[in-house]
Ligand binder design. Structure first.
Ligand code: ZN
Length: 349
């Protein structure tokens, strides 16, 4: 069989190449890859920015946003041949730390967790992969290829849970949610917040096209300007860009007692004219919570699968703007301005 692999930290080393069939020790469930979503993380690994091959190996199979069809369910578990499944991505550290010991590997304290397709475990971009039954999440069959959106939705399920936990330290009835960034994560955040009945405002740079239309079709409001121009102070901001200036505006704009949840990962120096102490003063004087959120545990996978099943199928389908064959993976790794979610399609549905 073939797989899309990369030599971590070596730019341009990605290949669609012959690769051994998955080893039985990787899990009792054998799965045929159907589709794998491509995200910024995959692009950065292919660019050689980071990534870790399994111990003793030089190459890593890419891919963490999976969708597959069960070929052999193995001896235990509730799966059967033909079921659509998505693989949980992170595995607990072997120590384990207290968080991993209770199944909250997303909150790992010692950083020794592993991640399929990113850190020390092969990902979901071979033609066939194996998984432990307890890490295979069955997808509502009526979702079809939209099941590939489950992994990004888990990121949002966890982030929104963090928002609720943070907000509930006092009497709190959040009504307004601002989302910064209308990429797949931002749009799924807006979708989930609308399913919770919130008033939702989404910010991105595009002035027209698919993103504004998708936001409006959720019953949310789209803005191409700055969060600072809003005529109200939001209860919640879900930050999905990682851009310093957007973060700075969000800190300035969040309402008293509001929660600002960061999901975007950016880089760069301090914003001119605004010191960390100024940001801290705003947070102190308004009882704000600034909470970072990454990855997801099994509870969030369950919540995300519920949210995805509830969401409008036709709307979700518009998030997948391009499908490429595995041999054209290089095209899939290149972003165009119209892309929202690009998927590599390994097999027909
Ligand atoms: Zn841990």
């Amino acid at each position: 069989m073939k797989a899309i692999t990369v030599e971590p930290r070596k730019p341009g080393s990605a290949r669609f190449e012959d690769f051994p069939e998955p080893d039985g020790r990787e899990g009792a469930v054998l799965v045929e890859a159907v589709a794998v979503g491509v995200c910024g993380t995959d692009v950065e690994i292919a660019e050689g920015k980071y990534g870790w091959a399994p111990p003793g190996q030089s190459r890593l199979v890419l891919g963490h946003e999976s969708l597959g069809r069960v070929l052999d369910p193995g001896p235990v578990g509730g799966l059967k041949k033909g079921d659509l499944v998505v693989g949980i991505v992170r595995r607990p550290d072997p120590v384990p730390c207290p968080a991993c010991a209770v199944g909250e590997w997303d909150m790992c304290r010692n950083g020794q967790y592993t991640v399929r397709g990113i850190k020390e475990i092969h990902g979901f971009m071979p033609e066939r992969w194996r998984i432990e039954p307890e890490y295979a999440v069955k997808v509502d069959p009526s979702l079809g290829i939209l099941g590939v959106l489950l992994e990004p939705m888990t990121v949002i399920a966890k982030a929104l849970e963090q928002v609720v936990f943070s907000g509930q330290r006092s009497f709190w009835e959040a009504k307004t949610v601002v989302v910064t960034g209308a990429g797949p994560i931002g749009l799924l955040a807006a979708c989930a917040a609308r399913l919770h009945g919130k008033k939702v405002h989404v910010f991105d740079r595009m002035e027209s096209g698919a993103k504004p239309d998708l936001v409006r079709d959720l019953g949310a409001t789209y803005h191409s300007g700055s969060v600072l121009d809003l005529d109200f102070a939001p209860d919640v901001i879900v930050e999905c860009t990682g851009v310093g200036s957007v973060l700075e505006s969000s800190v300035k704009k969040i309402g008293a007692g509001g929660v600002l949840c960061l999901t975007g990962v950016g880089a760069g120096g301090a914003a001119p004219g605004h010191s960390v102490a100024d940001i801290a003063a705003k947070l102190v004087l308004n009882n704000n919570v600034l909470v970072g959120s990454v990855n997801a545990n099994k509870r969030h996978w369950y919540k995300a699968s519920q949210a995805l099943a509830e969401a409008d199928r036709a709307w979700l389908a518009r998030l997948i703007t391009r499908r490429e064959k595995p041999e054209s993976f290089e095209k899939a790794l290149q972003r165009t301005p119209d892309d929202i979610k690009v998927v590599l399609q390994f097999a027909e549905m």
